[in-house]
Design a protein around this ligand. Structure first.
Ligand code: 5MM
Length: 361
């Protein structure tokens, strides 16, 4: 198989100073996010929200790629440009989530298996035609009483490898995302152990399925204390544990590791990534592929805006109902916001941040 194109797309996605925006929330998840700011989740609001993200001025200076959802890759901006076109104009590589979600695993209480392999080859062909150059599949591993089981870890690893092989066949870079959840009371040591076990299984399966490692990206969790554990590891401890775990298992042939944020705040996710890049001497690029940690400030900003608009509507004596309410024209909420500042200054390591900073303004 010729993999030059895959390798160059993978390297572009982890270009120094840049990372990936995960905007691939499925219908249920985006509904939750919009509900949190009292915005109804209808097609137009979802489209408008994504337009805000993708048309952010200069986003391409910090964002290398965006992961889209099936609905989103088919949508357009108000002025009629497809989202794929808009991203390309910003120098951003469009990608697509192709798994069909994690569902309860039969006979394994409390564990999940990700579905979506049926018909995947055909869907990949279509997404490639629509302009996607990379794809994403997320497996979910839960830590709890007696779990995860070896069966759950290996079944998810096998599905990830089959997905990755199909992507490379269809000329799309697979982002391989095995997420060991941070939810729970577990210690950081337990999170380390399960993450290591999971990654070993994933890389064994990738090898079995002859996946070319130079043409993939890994999207793992960071190694952290369970969210509900009162004893939380420090930023430095978490960064060291994560790097130590990855160094044990991830081959140097993998061009980049792009972390998920997994429920950390934007501040925490940024500090952890910064601390890891400060450790240095790493065989791969370390960057981000955050969903919540990049979008939280945008949602907050939109919420503030919607409150203003609702108030104004009420004053004019018009019905102040969600039905009548329309968010104001979207425009570059990130511009005066924190997200790109974080990305520029901190998340990729101070040295890199300074270089980018010098280059830009
Ligand atoms: C953006 O969220 C993605 C889609 O999740 P659902 O399938 O549950 O709607 C998710 O896969 C995301 O790409 C990663 O988990 C990273 O997101 P976070 O918020 O953990 O950084």
């Amino acid at each position: 198989m010729k993999t030059d194109n895959l390798e160059s797309v993978a390297r572009k996605l982890v270009a120094p100073g840049k990372g990936i925006l995960a905007a691939d929330e499925s219908s249920g998840t985006i509904e939750k996010r919009l509900k949190s700011i009292n915005v109804p989740s209808n097609e137009e609001n979802r489209r408008m929200y994504r337009e805000i993200l993708f048309t952010t001025k200069d986003a391409g200076e910090f964002i290398s790629g965006v992961i889209l959802f099936d609905e989103t890759i088919r949508q357009k901006t108000r002025d009629g440009r497809s989202f794929v076109e808009v991203l390309e104009q910003q120098g951003i590589v469009p990608g697509i989530k192709v798994d069909k979600g994690a569902t309860a695993m039969a006979n394994f209480r409390g564990e999940k298996i990700t579905e979506g392999l049926d018909g995947l080859r055909e869907r990949l062909t279509e997404y490639r035609k629509l302009g996607a150059r990379f794809a994403k599949w997320r497996a979910v591993i839960t830590i709890g009483d007696g779990i995860p089981t070896r069966t759950c870890i290996d079944s998810n690893a096998e599905a990830l490898a089959r997905y990755a092989a199909l992507c490379q066949e269809g000329d799309l870079v697979p982002i391989v995302e095995p997420e060991v959840l941070m939810d729970g009371t577990h210690t950081i040591e337990r999170h380390f152990e399960v993450t290591e076990q999971t990654l070993r299984s994933v890389f064994d399966s990738l090898a079995e399925h002859r996946v070319v490692l130079e043409g993939i990206l890994l999207k793992p969790n960071m190694v952290l204390s369970g969210k509900e554990n009162p004893k939380q590891a420090s930023v430095q401890e978490a960064a060291e544990a994560t790097v130590r775990c990855l160094k044990r298992v991830v081959p140097a042939a993998v061009p980049g590791i792009v972390f998920l944020s997994g429920g950390q705040t934007d501040q925490q996710a940024t500090e952890h990534l910064n601390a890891m890049n400060r450790i240095g001497d790493l065989p791969w690029q370390l960057s981000f592929s955050y969903g919540r940690a990049l979008q939280a400030p945008v949602l907050k900003a939109w919420k503030r805006q919607s409150i203003t608009v609702r108030g104004a509507t009420a004053k004019r004596g018009l019905a102040n109902t969600p039905k009548r309410w329309k968010p104001r024209k979207p425009h570059n909420v990130w511009r005066g916001n924190r997200a790109p500042m974080f990305v520029r200054h901190a998340s990729l390591g101070d040295a890199q941040g300074r270089r980018n900073n010098g280059r830009r303004r």
